[in-house]
Design a protein around this ligand. Structure first.
Ligand code: SF4
Ligand code: MG
Length: 314
């Protein structure tokens, strides 16, 4: 289908006392309507900043984001209000979006009020409907966030995001802080909601195992840049970028009887600071295949097979 979201050469720098932090550098991709694009990378690689810049919670330093044909960073205040409704975010820690002194019903109601979507009895019904939609109960409406478990709190965060009937949701590590037993429940809920409501997701996580189930396509990010992007099946079966290969080799195989098809690739060295990224390929200081050209020339982001993008000189 057509792209709902087009991201072109998106770059986000932060000016700090110590200098310029290149959090996101020249990122280009599309998200199709109704799909889930997983984004994976180590903490600090710029995934969250990218998500927030897409939503214009941060201004872009360079580049463009187009959502449903609208240029997000050039939208008028009126257009932006509409975009704020169409594009939502779910956080790793739902405390970040829930006021601890407000009942869950009031938190959800606040989103409804902001966009004047319902009032009076309709508003109360809508809150109860949203709670049921995410697997909670109408009577949960009068409780406070601290009365819920982590998984339930994440359900409240999802209900709040859904209150404004969005089209697109940036899910910023929504399961990373949850117990493993709860993670699958939240992923299943997000998938069910996607089917029911035709939602499109950008799903951020710090490891490939976490996004495998939910993502139609997966992008791998390293130090502010995209290393690789492909259909999930293709990426897991045929990783081309040395960083993706290393990440995949680290995923434990659930059945110990099955022989590992790939050698474990252990990366040495730390991720360099985004304040002072390496010249050329950002991954070159840790790449097992580094060549002379990698320091001198920035590898371009190109489509090497249909739908399979990679930035590497190999
Ligand atoms: Fe490794 Fe060079 Fe490819 Fe970068 S461009 S991933 S350093 S081979
Ligand atoms: Mg993050």
């Amino acid at each position: 289908g057509a792209a709902l979201l087009e991201v072109r050469n998106l770059t986000k720098h932060f000016h700090t006392g110590g200098g310029i932090v290149a959090a996101v550098s020249d990122v280009t991709f599309d998200i199709k309507r109704g799909e889930t694009l997983g984004v994976v990378g180590e903490s600090g690689c710029g995934k969250s900043t990218m998500g927030r810049t897409i939503l214009r919670l941060y201004d872009a330093t360079e580049g463009m984001v187009r959502f449903a044909g609208k240029n997000v960073h050039q939208a008028s205040p009126k257009e932006l209000k509409k975009l704020r409704r169409d594009m939502q975010m779910i956080f790793q820690d739902p405390y970040a979006s829930l006021n601890p002194r407000m009942t869950v019903g009031d938190s959800i109601g606040e989103a409804i009020d902001l966009h004047r979507l319902a009032s009076g009895a309709k508003r109360g019904e809508r809150i109860e409907e949203l709670l049921c939609l995410v697997g909670l109960k109408p009577e949960h409406s009068s409780r406070f966030p601290h009365e819920f478990s982590g998984g339930q709190r994440q359900r409240v965060g999802i209900a709040r995001a859904l209150a404004v009937e969005p089209m697109f949701i940036v899910c910023d590590e929504p399961i990373s802080a949850l117990d493993v037993s709860i993670q699958a429940q939240v992923v299943n809920l997000l998938e069910e909601l996607q089917r029911k409501m035709g939602l499109t997701y950008l799903f951020i996580a710090h490891d490939l195992a976490m996004v495998k189930h939910i993502s139609d396509r997966v992008a791998v990010m390293y130090l502010g840049k995209l290393a690789e992007l492909a259909d999930s099946e293709e990426l897991y079966a045929n990783p081309l970028h040395p960083y993706t290969q290393a990440l995949l080799s680290a995923i434990p195989i659930p059945d110990p009887g099955v022989e590992r098809s790939r050698e474990r690739i252990v990366l040495t060295g730390d991720v360099p600071s985004p304040m002072n990224p390496p010249s050329g390929c950002h991954f070159r200081t840790r790449c097992p295949h580094v060549m002379e050209v990698c320091a001198a020339v920035n590898p371009v982001w190109r489509e090497v097979q249909s739908g399979h993008f990679v930035a590497c000189h190999l």
